[in-house]
Design a protein around this ligand. Structure first.
Ligand code: HEM
Length: 126
């Protein structure tokens, strides 16, 4: 039998749903991040991040079926993302990861990825 994907190991869509819902509940309260989101309703952004992460970790490819190649750095270019924004984003994600049921190894793997990915989205250095 083939090895389970990371997506399956952590509990599939339900787990990504919990992480991303908790993340956006925190974004909604963040004075720096909330105004950056163009839509009044964060549910579209929530769905896009959830589908992206599911695909990234070995789940269904619904994200790319709908949105095409991720090209996340390009998609973030319209937003001014400095170190402060990166840290605010990671603060929200830290809370989300800490509150979701995950093994310490899975939590650490997700966190390492998010730290790296968030740093890679920084596009404003002064
Ligand atoms: C979209 C902010 C990091 C994944 C967006 C949007 C904003 C934003 C304002 C537009 C909202 C929308 O789609 O309606 C930020 C900030 C970050 C950050 C301030 C701080 C570093 C990340 C990271 C990831 C990510 C690390 C992935 C691990 C996405 C995805 C979308 C998105 C998948 C939707 C792209 C699309 O299909 O249009 N982000 N983001 N973002 N972000 Fe981020």
């Amino acid at each position: 039998t083939p090895e389970k994907t990371f997506y399956e190991q952590v509990g599939g869509e339900a787990t990504f749903h919990r992480i991303v819902a908790r993340f956006y509940a925190e974004v909604a309260k963040d004075e720096l991040l909330r105004p950056m989101y163009p839509e009044e309703d964060l549910s579209g952004a929530e769905e896009r991040l959830r589908l992206f992460l599911m695909q990234y970790w070995g789940g269904p490819h619904t994200y790319s079926d709908r949105r095409g190649h991720p090209r996340l750095r390009m998609r973030h270019a319209p937003f001014k993302i400095g170190i402060t924004e990166r840290d605010a984003w990671l603060r929200c994600m830290r809370i989300a990861l800490d509150e979701v049921e995950l093994s310490p190894e899975h939590r650490e793997q997700l966190w390492q990825y998010f730290e790296m990915a968030a740093h890679g989205m920084v596009n404003s250095w002064f």
